[in-house]
Design a protein around this ligand. Structure first.
Ligand code: ADP
Length: 625
């Protein structure tokens, strides 16, 4: 088994051997300490071993050895030449140790720096005075393609072909001593590169120029990334500008800062903003547009998008429309980065527009510094919807008036009955009064009956007037039993004339629905009238049953079942199509309107034939809470 000696071990052993030799001579020769100065050679040898710790230890041991040898030979002597020699030797040992220690420390630092240079991604090339490569780090190998082994010793021009002549750069370097330049060219196998290079002149010990050092940063990647970013930005701009919907960009850092001061302790920001409309408007007025597309210009009533730059559009909302913006700000402050709200704002010409705002915080730069807002114009859609609702109200009204027309005879009869009674009681009261001794008790009785009958007539007229009324829906809690009762009072005579009995079964009897009274009454009258028409001529077996109950989903279910003709020739759901009628004077609008009303209340309506004959029309309406 052989022992392997490294260079440093050899130098350390040599130093040890030399040290022992010097010590022996010093101890046993008559030289009187003069030889101790030779310990400095031991320290120089230890320096070659390359470790600062060993050098320091060697210095201490050498000094001790010199002192031991001195004491052994000169103990008790008066101070003389021998002491001076020891002093000189110790001073030489000390100075050599300190110098060697310093050299080793500097060498260590240099080698660390060399390692850093070798490791850095930037390229570092050292050239001698003939422009031949003397140093070539990993970064240079990465950028130019040549390895250090391939490059060292070769001429710079053999390795790198620059696009611009290098001589001009070198001349400028001559004038200034250091130079930073952007250079491009090709390296190994013609691979292109673009670098930012800093050149520095090297000088020899005499200060004469001695080649140069080139440190370069690779710009190719950065250039590629820049180009890709520019292309993507251009694509984004193109889409942004050509988009068919309005879009604009603003910086909302100011909005964010303001919101942070408003509700710093996580208070309910939305409630706070709603309670302070001035504050809300101030927040909304903070940002200004710095980019907008042509569709945004059209939406806000200006000819060109440039007219929107620097303007604020979201703060131009009518007094009553704060909720949407308060919601928007609160949700963004709550951490959402995409919020959609529908609101009404005034365009730059003061015209109100209904818009859906889609607000997106672009995750770039400072938070909220880039906010992209897209707006979809809902004005037309909302106007169409309002027009449709108005038409619907008109149509329903027309249909009610038409039903009242059909019921005119019944209504006249209904009103006539109390009126005739009133006349009869009036006559009889007059007779009681004209008697020799007027019977005042009978007169009072007559007047009471007149009163009751006039109330009855008044109630009928009120019901008719309610149905004839035109107005928008008013949702309230209504007792179903009451509603069915009122509808029956209107159709009672029609049913009597057709010899049809109408029975009701409302379970539980106190069900209340959340609905518009007139509209539901219109449906009930319509369904019962249809049932009477379908049952006409079927005799007592054709009774109609009106039932009401609560279904599993918490809705009130109302059914009108008859034993009439049933639905023949078409699918039951087709009854609800507008203008479907089998009656010579029918409009075919009753069931279609009923369906619209039911659906507007959030319910459903359906028709089916009964197994035992006849049809049942059922609908659901939300129960009042
Ligand atoms: P109209 O009463 O003017 O015809 P509706 O929309 O109320 O309009 O009714 C449409 C058609 O549906 C009626 O003409 C009738 O043919 C049919 N229909 C409605 N209710 C019933 C019913 N209970 N049984 C059989 N057919 C019915």
């Amino acid at each position: 088994m052989g022992t392997k000696f490294t260079g440093s071990t050899v130098f350390a052993l040599l130093a040890l051997a030399l040290g022992i030799g010097i010590f022996a001579v010093d101890m046993f020769s008559p030289l009187g300490g003069a030889i101790a100065v030779l310990y400095t050679f031991c320290i120089i040898l230890l320096t070659r071993a390359g470790r600062t710790g060993i050098v320091a230890l060697g210095g201490v041991i050498a000094a001790l050895a010199a002192m031991i040898a001195f004491l052994a030979g000169h103990w008790g002597e008066a101070v003389g030449a021998a002491h001076v020699r020891l002093g000189v030797s110790l001073a030489a040992i000390g100075a050599t140790t300190i110098l060697s220690y310093g050299i080793l420390s500097t060498r260590k630092l240099c080698s660390e720096q060399a390692n850093i240079l070798a490791l850095t991604h930037d390229s570092v090339i050292v050239l001698d005075r003939h422009d031949r490569v003397a140093g070539w780090n990993e970064g240079a190998a990465h950028i130019y393609g040549w390895s250090a082994e391939e490059a060292i010793g070769r001429a710079y021009d053999d390795l790198i072909a620059l696009d611009a002549p290098r001589e001009a750069a070198k001349q400028r370097l001559e004038q200034s001593g250091a130079l930073t330049e952007e250079m491009s060219g090709t390296g190994k196998d013609g691979a292109p590169f673009t670098v930012s290079t800093r050149m520095v002149r090297r000088r020899n010990l005499a200060g004469a120029p001695d080649g140069l050092i080139e440190a370069s940063i690779d710009l190719s990647e950065q250039r590629r990334a820049d180009a890709a970013r520019r292309a993507s930005e251009n694509r984004y701009r193109a889409i942004f500008n050509a988009a068919g919907f309005a879009a604009w960009e603003t910086d909302w850092t100011g909005v964010r800062q303001l919101l942070e001061t408003i509700a710093p302790d996580g208070e309910d920001l939305q409630a706070h903003l709603l309670a302070n409309p001035d504050l809300l408007r101030k927040v909304a007025a903070t940002p200004h547009i710095h980019e907008a597309n042509q569709a945004a210009a059209a939406l806000f009533g200006v000819a060109d998008r440039s007219e929107l730059i620097g303007k604020n559009v979201i703060a131009r909302y009518p007094e009553t429309n704060g909720l949407a913006l308060a919601t928007l700000f609160a949700r963004l402050a709550g951490g959402e980065d995409l919020v959609e709200v529908e609101t009404r704002i005034n365009n730059l010409k003061g015209k109100p527009i209904d818009v859906v705002l889609r607000v997106r915080l672009v995750p770039e730069g400072e938070p909220w510094s880039r906010v992209l807002i897209m707006a979809i114009d809902m004005t037309e859609r909302n106007e169409d919807r309002a027009r449709l609702e108005r038409n619907m109200v008109e149509l329903a009204h027309a249909s009610r008036v038409s039903i009242l027309g059909q019921l005119a005879a019944s209504i006249a009869h209904e009103v006539n009955q109390p009126l005739s009674a009133i006349m009869t009681y009036a006559k009889s009261a007059r007779r009681w009064l004209k008697r020799e001794t007027p019977d005042l008790d009978e007169v009072a009785n007559c007047i009471e009956r007149i009163d009751a009958n006039s109330e009855r007539a008044g109630a009928i007229i009120t019901r008719v007037r309610t149905l004839a009324r035109k107005g928008s829906a008013q949702i309230e809690a209504i007792s179903l039993a009451e509603l069915v009762g009122e509808a029956l009072a209107l159709v009672d005579r029609e049913a009597c004339a057709a010899r049809i009995a109408i029975r009701t079964d409302i379970e539980p009897p106190d069900i209340r629905i959340a609905a518009d009274r007139v509209q539901i009454q219109q449906i009930l009258v319509n369904l019962i009238m249809n049932a009477i028409h379908a049952s006409a001529g079927t005799g007592p077996a054709g009774d109609i049953l009106v039932t009401a109950s609560k279904d599993a989903e918490g809705m009130a279910r109302i059914e009108v079942a008859d034993r009439g003709s049933g639905i023949v020739g078409i699918e039951p759901h087709a009854l609800f199509d507008a203008f479907y009628t089998t009656k010579p004077d029918g409009m075919g609008m009753g069931l279609s309107i009923s369906r619209s009303i039911v659906e507007a209340h959030g319910g459903r309506i359906s028709a089916a034939n009964n197994p035992e004959g006849g049809a049942t029309i059922s609908f659901t309406i939300p129960v009042a809470l």
